[in-house]
Design a protein around this ligand. Structure first.
Ligand code: HEC
Ligand code: HEC
Length: 350
């Protein structure tokens, strides 16, 4: 924080003086690195538009630790599916940036749904869950896939409770997490949400936001600049670079023409029946985006360069050159973060 203040002060001085000798101004804590005016501006603008994420510490109070442990075990528990063959982790694999890299994912009976599995990493930072935002929080979201017939397919809440109760380890952790309380579906699934609230993935971009100007190379900084100037930030902004609003997919042209989607998905219209909501989707987060292919709500586009090109065209009515696209993609690569060790199955310490 102290460094941040020093640098902010320096950059403000740097921007306010009209000196041609900007290259002589040095950042105190990094004596060798010289911040140019343009970099200073990019940094200030970035801090206005985005916010860094940090690696979180698990709360070690008995109750919260038990919640975390129970939530983590349930996240990996195949027993929560009708045929005991899939878990949350099958579609949101925490070794694979919270996705399965499939256009759409097979459920407990092998049947695929119509939408692409978004990553569970950083999802708790979104203002709503699902492509159409139909669940408000990760806790409420976690209630759904277990009972969804084409996902985990459990027949009822009581079926799930009985399964969990019959495992002494789970029953014991539940009592630690919720002393003297009866197990119910809402409390049980809320622990999965609790676990997901620790799935932050800090990246090189967060270091840059903090004040490490060397965390990004020249091409990546150029990409960030183009990303902002092109207008991507008007939708993909905030702490998750997305997840803060709904927007029409295809503001300037039908998305299907560009994605070659086989099925037409009406997005939020199917929920609200409001004509303004046709093709409206939650703006997805771009954290870890280079790893979470294929892209869009139906996984119809595999290549990230192609996805960026389509975005510019149909969301902003702009044609980007190949080199501009490459620079943006280089910047997007800096959003690839670190998956917390404590979230991984093999990590037995938590
Ligand atoms: C069969 C694959 C599958 C399984 C199993 C599954 N999910 Fe999902 N998940 C999806 C799909 C597909 C979506 C998007 C559906 C939509 O938006 O209509 C989704 C959406 C989500 C989201 C919203 C993310 C966002 O950016 O909006 C979260 C969080 C999530 N799932 C967590 C879980 C948890 C926790 C479990 C286990 C209880 C689970 N999922 C089980 C496929 C799966
Ligand atoms: C007007 C709002 C808006 C603007 C501007 C915008 N996007 Fe998007 N973006 C969206 C929406 C909405 C989606 C989800 C579309 C879908 O799949 O239904 C999306 C999806 C994406 C995806 C795929 C995400 C995933 O998880 O599959 C990428 C990558 C992306 N945008 C990058 C960009 C880039 C780069 C720019 C600038 C060139 C940009 N976007 C401009 C609204 C916008």
């Amino acid at each position: 924080m102290k460094n941040l203040i020093i640098n902010t002060f320096l950059i403000i001085t740097l921007l306010s003086c009209n000196s041609q000798k900007e290259n002589e101004i040095k950042v105190e804590n990094k004596p060798k690195y010289v911040v140019t005016k343009e970099e200073g501006r990019l940094w200030i603008k970035s801090n206005q538009l985005f916010k860094p994420v940090f690696m979180l510490k698990i709360d070690s109070s008995t109750q919260n630790l038990a919640k975390f442990q129970l939530g983590k075990m349930l996240y990996y528990e195949k027993g929560l599916s009708k045929n005991s063959n899939i878990s949350c982790n099958s579609c949101h694999n925490l070794e694979k940036f919270g996705v399965d890299n499939e256009p759409t994912s097979p459920g407990t009976d092998g049947v695929r749904g119509g939408r692409n599995s978004p990553t569970s990493l950083n999802a708790h930072l979104h203002f709503a869950q699902f492509w159409d935002g139909r669940a408000k929080t990760v806790e409420l979201q976690a209630q759904r896939p277990i009972l969804n017939p084409i996902e985990m397919g459990c027949p009822s809440q009581s079926f799930v409770i009985e399964k969990v109760q019959s495992n002494p380890k789970y029953a014991g952790l539940f009592l630690k997490a919720f002393p003297n309380q009866l197990m119910d579906y809402e409390k049980l699934t809320s622990t999965i949400g609790y676990f997901e609230r620790f799935l932050n993935t800090p990246s090189r971009f967060d270091k840059f936001l903090a004040n490490d100007f060397e965390a990004l190379n020249e091409k990546e900084k150029l990409g960030l600049k183009i990303y902002i100037e092109t207008g991507c930030q008007s939708c993909h902004n905030g702490i998750a670079l997305g997840g803060s609003m709904y927007e029409t997919f295809g503001k300037y042209d039908n998305y299907q023409k560009h994605t070659t989607s086989k099925k037409i998905d009406n997005g939020m219209f199917d929920l609200t029946k409001n004509e303004n909501d046709r093709f409206k989707f939650k703006v997805p987060s771009l954290r870890n985006i280079t790893e979470t292919y294929p892209y869009f709500h139906d996984g119809s586009v595999t290549n990230i360069n192609e996805a960026v090109k389509i975005m510019a065209k149909i969301q902003l009515n702009k044609e980007l050159s190949e080199s501009q696209i490459e620079a943006i993609v280089a910047f997007l690569g800096t959003l690839k973060g670190e998956i917390p060790e404590y979230a991984k199955l093999k990590n037995k310490n938590s």
